[in-house]
Design a protein around this ligand. Structure first.
Ligand SMILES: [Zn+2]
Length: 68
């Protein structure tokens, strides 16, 4: 599939750790499977994977908010 964001190149399906930062703290969400664009870095995730990433981001935010 051609990247819908930049339209430049073909997406690569793989699992990678997704970096995430919130209020100057950063973490990474391990082994996120999706279609990644080597040109612009955007990623298309499956619905289940997307839900897992959202939940992980939310948990990280709550953890930061709880300690600040
Ligand atoms: Zn792209």
């Amino acid at each position: 599939m051609i990247c819908p964001v930049c339209g430049v190149t073909v997406l690569v399906r793989e699992a990678r750790d997704l970096p995430y930062s919130y209020r100057n703290k950063s973490t990474s969400i391990a082994a996120v499977t999706g279609d990644f664009c080597p040109a612009c870095g955007d990623a298309l995730l499956d619905a289940s994977e997307s839900a897992r990433v959202s939940a992980a981001m939310l948990a990280f935010k709550e953890q930061i908010d709880a300690t600040n």
